[in-house]
Design a protein around this ligand. Sequence first.
Ligand SMILES: N[C@@H](CSCCS(N)(=O)=O)C(=O)O
Ligand SMILES: [Mn+2]
Ligand SMILES: [Mn+2]
Ligand SMILES: [Mn+2]
Length: 306
Amino acid sequence: FLPNPKTIAIVGCPFSGGQPKLGVDKGPIHLVEAGLISQLEELGWKVSFDGHHQFESIATEDDPPIGILKNPRLVSRVCESVAQVVGAHAKNGQLPLTLGGDHSLAMATLSGTLSTYPDACVIWVDAHADINTVESTDSGNIHGMPVSFMLGIGQKVDEFSWVKPLLKPERLVYIGLRDLDAGEKRILKENNIKAFSMHEVDKYGIGKVVEMALDAVNPKRDLPIHLSFDVDALDPSVAPSTGTPVRGGLTFREGHYICEAIHETGLLVALDLMEVNPFLADSESVRQTVAVGCSLVRSALGETLL
Ligand SMILES: N[C@@H](CSCCS(N)(=O)=O)C(=O)O
Ligand SMILES: [Mn+2]
Ligand SMILES: [Mn+2]
Ligand SMILES: [Mn+2]
């Protein structure tokens, strides 16, 4: 039996603690104000949205770095609470759509999904692998680390003891990589994690890459899919208003093809749209970035061209 959610639960997460740039916490409100809810209703979905989450209360306490990890207590507590919310929606048979906010939130979304669907596979669309460990990170920005926590690799951090290693390496695949730290390249190899970088996208074309990615983690097309989409996977000319832009990214169509193809599997159970930062560009570029975020979500949730 495979889930067939009919309701989307929007989890608006105005959170920026996993990285240093102001503004990414305003991503959710821009996405919702661009009309995303009615756009999804147009597609036939029931949409439940009980307002963006408030994290101010958690933010007040003293939160010195642990090692070089920045805002560790804040990130941990926010993610722990969001994990409960995402998990509850998934357990109710709804499709959690998490709007970021920075990608450290994926500790929450993957925990929520994998606690409900232990066999789910994760398709991570991103310029970055976000798999740094406590030992390998150079920045201490936790938005570059969520995958390592979910795999249970690297030195343990007490504040994150709630994070269970629910993600198996063989159930994770990347598309769009082009900016990995040396440590991350080593971690991918050591853990035999499947990754389709922009080199493979150029070489095989996006259609073949998505097919190979699914073959790698969902060979019988019978496992639930969690799609975690970082808008910086797209070329900065397509999605300029994001915190860590990297040249040579996915075209508008390549990004949409990934979402359309995943919708076509009928296996999508959870979706993250992360790292939209409306403070980082002129208003037209912000509008463009928000619009492409909404468009990608629509494609992953059933909007077709014909
Ligand atoms: N690898 C770098 C950059 S990580 C970029 C994180 S994201 N979520 O893809 O924007 C680091 O660890 O700081
Ligand atoms: Mn990311
Ligand atoms: Mn990224
Ligand atoms: Mn980013």
